[in-house]
Design a protein around this ligand. Structure first.
Ligand code: FAD
Length: 275
């Protein structure tokens, strides 16, 4: 690849489906999240990575390929991604993948990416910053390690220059620009863009005709000891409820000058207490 001509650009977007946070409950006996009684959504940070991928495709052409690991019901959410602008989707789904921690999850996704790369090519793997349910942020670096690809985490901007990836990420007091050869794995910072709306012209195609390929364990070149519960060295040993912080609300009244002064004094006190 050279210049800005990336006609064959293949971007694999790792998209997770998560339960709506407000509907999640925890089973105190099994120490697992009860997802069965919660409605699902595409992991919100993954909408940002998808928007980033679609913007790169708008600029350079190429293909946006969705990849997810989860139960068959994820199919309908991948179709939402297809109606937003993705070209095809893969779902890794098998009971053998169940109970996977982040190590086994990143391994399974990496093996899926390997197969897509072998069959269709892969220049970039995009992940979200973290999931809204597991929230470890370990899967993107895990994928990069399994695939031995360069990785950039928490990227805010991405561009492709002379066959290299330029990624900007904010650091305390400024930002840094990282340059990496392709293919690379990037986790995209949450909230960096405004995800686009569904393209209604694509909707019927996405819902009925678009290719969503389902791969089971036998379809991938896998070490069966490294997947699912067997391949998961971590376990949840305890669960606690976070103490909710008491909130105080006060209406400040008076003239605009009086209100501003009262607010200023309150903020001053607040900042002094925290200093
Ligand atoms: C012992 C143990 C058992 C578990 N058992 C189960 C179980 O049975 N069922 C279950 O659903 N979860 C289970 N989990 C949770 C599971 O490990 C995580 O959901 C998964 O590994 C992703 O980690 P995370 O949510 O922290 O993702 P993060 O690392 O925070 O996610 C970052 C990004 O990685 C990508 N990503 C993460 N997961 C996926 C995915 N599945 N598909 C595509 N992209 C993805 C997304 O782009 C996401 O934005 C278990 C966890 C442990 C520790």
């Amino acid at each position: 690849m050279s210049g800005t001509n990336h006609r064959d650009l293949r971007i694999i977007c790792c998209v997770k489906v998560v339960p709506r946070p407000e509907e999640v409950s925890v089973d105190q006996d099994t120490m697992t999240i009860d997802r069965a009684n919660a409605r699902s959504i595409i992991n919100p940070p993954d909408m940002n990575l998808l928007e980033m991928a679609l913007q790169l495709k708008d600029q350079h052409g190429g293909e946006v390929i969705l990849l997810s690991m989860g139960p068959p019901l994820f199919d309908e959410y991948l179709r939402v991604g297809l109606s937003l602008g993705a070209d095809s989707a893969y779902l890794l789904s098998d009971r053998a993948f169940g109970g996977a921690d982040t190590l086994a999850t990143s391994y399974t996704l990496a093996q899926g990416i390997r197969r897509i790369r072998d069959e269709r090519g892969c220049d970039l793997v995009l992940c979200g910053e973290e999931s809204s349910d597991g929230a470890t942020a370990q899967v993107p670096p895990g994928i990069a390690e399994w695939l031995d690809m360069p990785q950039v985490t928490y990227a805010g901007e991405l561009s492709l220059v002379d066959g290299h990836l330029h990624a900007v990420r904010e650091v305390k007091g400024g930002h840094e620009v990282l340059k990496a050869p392709l293919p690379a794995v990037v986790s995209v910072r949450v909230g960096v863009n405004e995800p686009r709306f569904i393209d209604f012209e694509r909707k019927a195609w996405a819902e009925n005709e678009a290719p969503v390929t389902v791969w089971a364990a036998d379809d991938l070149d896998l070490d069966t000891e490294a997947i699912g519960l067997t391949g998961s060295p971590t376990s949840v040993s305890g669960l606690g409820q976070a103490r909710s912080v008491e909130r105080r609300r006060e209406v400040i009244e008076g003239t605009p000058e009086e209100e501003a002064r009262a607010l200023f004094e309150q903020l001053q006190t607040f900042l002094r207490v925290r200093a």
